[in-house]
Ligand binder design. Sequence first.
Ligand code: MN
Length: 268
Amino acid sequence: MAHHALRFAAGTDVGQRRKVNEDSAFAGPRLLAVADGMGGHPHGDVASRTAIEVIVGLPLTDDPAAGLAAGVAEIADRLDDLVREDPELAGMGTTLTAMAWDGVRFAVAHIGDSRAYVLRAGDLIQLTRDHTMVQSLVDGGQLTKEEAARHPRGSALIKALQTGSSAEPDVFQQNARPGDRYLLCSDGLSGFVAPEEIRETMARAASPADAVARLIELANEAGGQDNITCVVADVIAPSIAPRQEPLTLGAAEDPGLLARLGRRLRRP
Ligand code: MN
């Protein structure tokens, strides 16, 4: 395939129930990424921000899949470093779904329950598999998809980028086609908005920015139970690609976060 370009947009919203946005995201011409700071432990915002900072700072390599895998290992190291500086951060964690674009295909690294989808020829295809307890039960045939949706501990993660545990991401390639529309999202969208509604919204939206805005609106209309983050990118001919600045969103762009963390680190 001839080389193509991305037209991208991203948005994040704290939702209706949470006080803090612990999601982070990045969208640029060569990289799309979503990280969702784990609930149930404090400082998920620090973890998701760290994941995005490290992945954005990776050098470009000839082997983007290997680069992303190394990046995930580096995030795990960085999180452990932070805990050594401040033991109160122990246990913090984040999901990460990252897609590196080389003009022809994506390398994907995925850990946790954020998701990547592609809308292709009108179908919405989920590219990632949730690292959740229910997904593993569904895979093992112990639960149906319908039972899984009603499971009380449905969203419990069995893998994440968490301090004190090894990072084992899924890493794979996704061949792109012109006309593909990609979505990366946190579970604040995919946990509350049905796949058919996501599909329809992705198919109808005139642009990635329209898709992002409408998807976030839908999650809020469904109750906004969690932080909501969406990154949408179209694969298009380079001749019609707009010049776009990279976007950094959520906890990763919160100027107050490091100040709050700094104050805590200086506390006797
Ligand atoms: Mn979430």
